[in-house]
Design a protein around this ligand. Structure first.
Ligand SMILES: Nc1ncnc2c1ncn2[C@@H]1O[C@H](COP(=O)(O)OP(=O)(O)OP(=O)(O)O)[C@@H](O)[C@H]1O
Ligand SMILES: Nc1ccn([C@@H]2O[C@H](COP(=O)(O)O)[C@@H](O)[C@H]2O)c(=O)n1
Length: 232
């Protein structure tokens, strides 16, 4: 069967990676969380004195962008890929609120996006990939055969993230998470380079009232439709 490219974009914390990972596992495709790459650049910046308070030393980051090597390796315990920054597993570190609160301004920088998009396009060269993010259907893979744009209300998204952090035993404040979700959405939608928007040919999914199982089933249906259309 001919392999295709699947782009899943949408607002923060709406369930993109949950859907993308499950589908990739079921159909034997590679899964790439492009947000993890921007988070890894942010962690590098925090750990290497590139932030002065909230200010980003863009000159320093640009000088070091070539030193930031991001890769993914399957974690046999979770069955999901973990993110590595220069050979070190940073999967837990990149999910903290500190990284979440600093990532969107870093991801708005043109030279950061250029470097990440080049790596993402290289990863998807052979197709057979599910990638989720903000600009996958618009910029990274504009020719993707299946494009989805996911949304849900900010309150529902914040509640899902709050529940997740609580379940992991991490300190969390619902109000802080809601504020972060809103702030990231705003920056992601209003930046100059590749702003978050639905590609004209993307299918819209509002999963506010869907369970994980229901959205998984919906996505599998869309995949089967597209694959059938591709058959000679
Ligand atoms: N339909 C759903 N109903 C309830 N919870 C969900 C649903 N979809 C995903 N979740 C949960 O919501 C949380 C956020 O999901 P996920 O990490 O997949 O979102 P995301 O869009 O990839 O987020 P981000 O953009 O921040 O990386 C997770 O805890 C996930 O288990
Ligand atoms: N293609 C992408 C993916 C992500 N970003 C930025 O990274 C932040 C973190 O991403 P998550 O998917 O882990 O939430 C996100 O808020 C965006 O600012 C991006 O710009 N492009």
């Amino acid at each position: 069967m001919k392999k295709i490219t699947i782009a899943i974009d949408g607002f923060s914390s709406c369930g993109k990676s949950t859907m993308a990972k499950d589908l990739a596992r079921e159909i034997g495709y590679i899964y790439i969380d492009s947000g993890a790459m921007y988070r890894a650049v942010t962690l590098y910046s925090i750990e290497n004195g590139i932030f002065q308070g909230d200010r980003i030393d863009t000159e320093k980051l640009e000088k070091h962008i070539g030193d930031i090597h991001i890769s993914f390796q399957l974690n046999p315990e979770t069955g999901r890929p973990d993110t590595y920054l220069n050979g070190v597993n940073v999967e837990n570190k990149i999910r903290t609120m500190e990284v979440s609160s600093r990532v969107s301004p870093v991801a708005a920088l043109g030279f950061v996006r250029e470097a990440m998009v080049a790596q993402q396009q290289e990863m998807g060269k052979a197709k057979g990939i599910v990638m989720d993010g903000r600009d996958i259907g618009t910029t990274v893979f504009p020719d993707a055969e299946l494009k989805i744009f996911v949304t849900a209300t900010p309150e529902i998204r914040a509640q899902r993230r709050y529940d997740e952090l609580k379940a992991k035993g991490q300190e969390a404040s619902f109000d802080e998470i809601l504020e972060n979700v809103r702030q990231r959405d705003y920056i992601d939608q209003n930046r100059e380079v590749s702003p978050l928007r639905k590609a004209d040919d993307a299918l819209l999914l509002d999963n506010s009232n869907l369970t994980i199982a229901q959205q998984k089933e919906w996505l599998a249906e869309q995949f089967n439709i597209v694959v059938k259309e591709q058959e000679p």
